[in-house]
Design a protein around this ligand. Sequence first.
Ligand code: ZEM
Length: 292
Amino acid sequence: MGAPKTQQDATKSSHKPDYDAVRKDIASIIKMPDYDDGSCGPVLVRLAWHASGTYDAETNTGGSNGAGMRYEAEGGDPANAGLEHARRFLEPIKQKHPWITYADLWTLAGVVAIKEMGGPDCKWKPGRTDFADESKCPPRGRLPDGAQAADHLRHVFYRMGFNDQEIVALAGAHSLGRCHADRSGFEGPWSVTPTKFSTQYFKLTKFKWEKKTWEGPVQFKNTDLGEELMMLPTDMALIEDEKFLPWVKKYAEDRDAFYSDFAAVFAKLIELGVTRDDDYESAPTFSKEQGD
Ligand code: ZEM
C-alpha cells in the first residue's frame, strides 16, 4: 500500500500523529549559528505569515491552506523572496514526519519559533491540506508592500478581516529578524535583539527616525542604541496615523497586553481560510505504514 498523500487519506488509518514530536524537531533547529543572527526563528515566522497573509475574506481564497508557496505561482512572488530558505530548513522535518502536510508544518513552525524566541503560546490546530497543483494558488500582489503607507496597510489587512488594533499587534513581529537587501531591497534589523520576541519594535517610537541615505528604497534609520536600526515606510505609518498610534503606545508600555493580543491575532492569522471536516479534530489518526 502506498503512503497516504493527504491528511484526509491518512485519517482513515489508525496511528495517531505525533504533533509534539514535530514541535520538538522544529524547536531543535531554531538556533542556527551559521544563519543570519544565529537563528532561523524569524524567517520561519515570516513563512507562516506569508503563507496566511494572502487571505481574501470576500472570496474566501488564499490563506495558509494549500501550501501554495511550493509552486512558482506563489513561491516565485517577489514578496516571498527569501522564504525558500525557511522551507529548506523545514524539509528534513517533513521527511521525518511525512504524514504532516506542508501547510500544517509551516504554520506550526511559526508558532514554535515564536515560543522558542521567548514569545507567547499561540493556539495552533492541524487539519490544513496541501494543494495537489498550483491552480488554487492565490494571485500575486496580496501581501503588503513595505514602501507604502497607512491606507495600503488598511486595504491589505481589512481584506483579511483584521482591525486597526490587530494590524498594530501583528506588526510587533518586526521585533524579530531583519530585512535583507537581496530579498526585499530593504536592509537591517528593527531591534537590537532580533532573535528575541519582545516589545522593542514599539519602544522604537520614542526615537527620531531619519531617511537613510543610500542607493536602496526609502527606509528610516536611528542609531541611538549604538547600532543602526531600521523602519520601513509602513512601520512609520503606524506612528504617523492617529488611529494606529494609541495601540503602538499601549504595546510599548504594556508587555502583557502585547503578548496576549499578539497570541490571539497570530492564531487568527494562521486560521484564515482554513476549513476542516466536522470530525477532523476528534480523530486525526494515521497509518504506521508511512513510517516516522
Ligand atoms: Zn514583515 N517584513 N511585514 N511581518 N516580517 C519583513 C521581514 C519580516 C512587512 C514587510 O514589508 C517586511 C508582518 C507584516 C509586514 C516578519 C513578520 C511579519 C521584511 C524584510 C519586509 C520588507 C524581508 C527580507 O528582506 O528578508 C510589511 C509591509 C508588513 C505589513 C504590516 C507580519 C504581520 C508579520 C508576522 C506576524 C518577520 C519575522 C520578518 C523577518 C524575517 C527574517 O528573515 O528575518
